[in-house]
Design a protein around this ligand. Structure first.
Ligand code: ATP
Length: 256
């Protein structure tokens, strides 16, 4: 069964007297366990799409469901609870709180859900080991490196055992070594069953996914599946598609 479905999603912003059609008509289905990358040029609508899936923004029209639940017009309070209980987020700039140590940053979503301390500790132990952050837990975010901070942020996203992990340019602030580490980790987590949706400008980052969607002018312009291709072959196809995307006028969709 489709896990995430978007049907004819449109998002129009109206700054001043203008109209900006950020998303024109997006229909999309994601199955449980998929790992999908979303690419496109600046202003293509990637973040708008991610925000709507994250219930941080609402579509102007269309319908969105996640795991059978209609998210289209969730009131803000219900949306906030939904995000806490069902979604995990990883951002480019980590979004950790410097006034909390790393462990408390990771525990934060569970504290908000009134989870008992023992349960929080039980969940953290294997995660900390997998993410190689056990020794960093008592330190503060400003006392560790960028790559380490992002691993803390990933632990915070995963500790709620979210149905869907959403990542917006998660490698954007990392050097190539740390970016690769993070992407290998995402691939591992996905292989263990975690559904992931990731927005990126980087073809190398997208090449760790199993499917890449290309957005242009508010529509899904093209998509690629990795299938049985090697990562290198998949990366080449992503780069070719990006070149086609950037050089095309936008009147005609790229053929898969
Ligand atoms: N709150 C807003 N008010 C008005 N226009 C907006 C708003 N948010 C986004 N837009 C416009 O919607 C379009 C899509 O923006 P969006 O941020 O989704 O693009 P993006 O693909 O994520 O770009 P980038 O890669 O630069 O982050 C752009 O034209 C942008 O200017």
């Amino acid at each position: 069964m489709a896990f995430l479905t978007l049907k004819h999603i449109q998002r129009i912003f109206e700054p001043g007297n203008n109209q900006v059609v950020a998303l024109k008509d997006i229909s999309l289905t994601v199955d449980a366990g998929e790992y999908v990358a979303i690419m496109g040029e600046s202003g293509a609508g990637k973040s708008t799409l991610l925000n709507i899936i994250a219930t941080l923004d609402q579509a102007s029209s269309g319908k969105i469901t996640l795991n059978g639940r209609d998210l289209t017009k969730l009131p803000e309070k219900a949306a906030a609870q939904y995000r806490r209980e069902h979604l995990g987020f990883v951002f480019q700039n980590f979004n950790l709180l410097d006034s909390f140590n790393n462990q408390d940053n990771i525990f934060l979503p569970l504290v908000l859900a009134h989870t008992p301390l023992q349960e929080m500790q039980r969940r953290l132990a294997p995660l900390a080991q997998q993410l190689m952050i056990t020794k960093l837990l008592a330190r503060y975010p400003y006392e560790i490196s960028g790559g380490q901070r992002q691993r803390i942020a990933v632990a915070r996203a995963l500790i709620t055992q979210p149905e869907l992990l959403l990542a917006d340019e998660p490698t954007g602030a990392l050097d190539s070594h740390n970016a690769t580490q993070l992407l290998k980790l995402f691939a591992q987590v996905n292989q263990a069953g975690q559904t992931i949706l990731l927005v990126t400008h980087s073809a190398a980052t997208a090449s760790y996914s199993r499917r890449t969607l290309f957005i242009k002018d508010g529509i899904i312009y093209h998509e690629l599946y990795r299938g049985t291709q090697s990562q290198t072959q998949y990366l080449q196809k992503i780069n070719t598609s990006l070149t086609a995307l950037m050089t095309s006028g936008g009147e005609e969709n790229v053929k898969a």
